[in-house]
Ligand binder design. Structure first.
Ligand code: HEC
Length: 115
């Protein structure tokens, strides 16, 4: 069967339109995957031991993991540091545990109850 020139022309045009649309769609798909993360602003409050905490705790996650906790007692922070070390594999030297717990309990802890 002979295809009339008008039909051939129309189908060529259609091909161009389809390719152009595919191109637009593809470039949109790429553009949609580009996004900017907000700057990391959370940090630990200053205080004795803050350098140790920054060195040991920011290896895996942000300071917000600590600052967004409710004010919890020293026992919580002690257990938390142990958990980071033993369960999650934080390479915390044994002689730094007390410094870390002291800083966390003082800076992010519940007020100590007076006996
Ligand atoms: C080896 C990696 C690693 C290091 C180092 C680390 N953490 Fe974590 N931490 C984790 C993981 C994993 C979680 C759980 C993440 C989750 O549930 O999304 C977590 C969660 C937490 C939470 C949320 C409460 C909870 O128990 O899930 C706190 C608070 C926390 N970490 C404090 C600390 C402090 C303080 C230090 C430093 C002494 C520290 N982390 C160091 C891996 C680490």
């Amino acid at each position: 069967m002979k295809i009339p020139p008008a039909v051939r022309c129309a189908s060529a045009l259609l091909t161009i339109v389809v390719l152009a649309l595919a191109h637009v769609a593809a470039s949109h798909a790429v553009a949609a995957e580009r996004f900017e993360l907000p700057p990391e602003t959370a940090t630990f409050k200053p205080g004795p031991g803050v350098e140790a905490v920054k060195a040991q705790c920011l290896v895996c996650h942000s300071a917000e993991y600590v600052s967004t906790q409710p004010r919890l007692p020293r026992a919580f922070w002690k257990a938390n540091v142990q958990k980071m070390k033993e369960k999650f594999g934080a390479p915390i030297p044994a002689d730094q545990v007390d410094t870390l717990v002291e800083y966390l309990a003082t800076t992010y802890g519940a007020p100590e109850k007076k006996p």
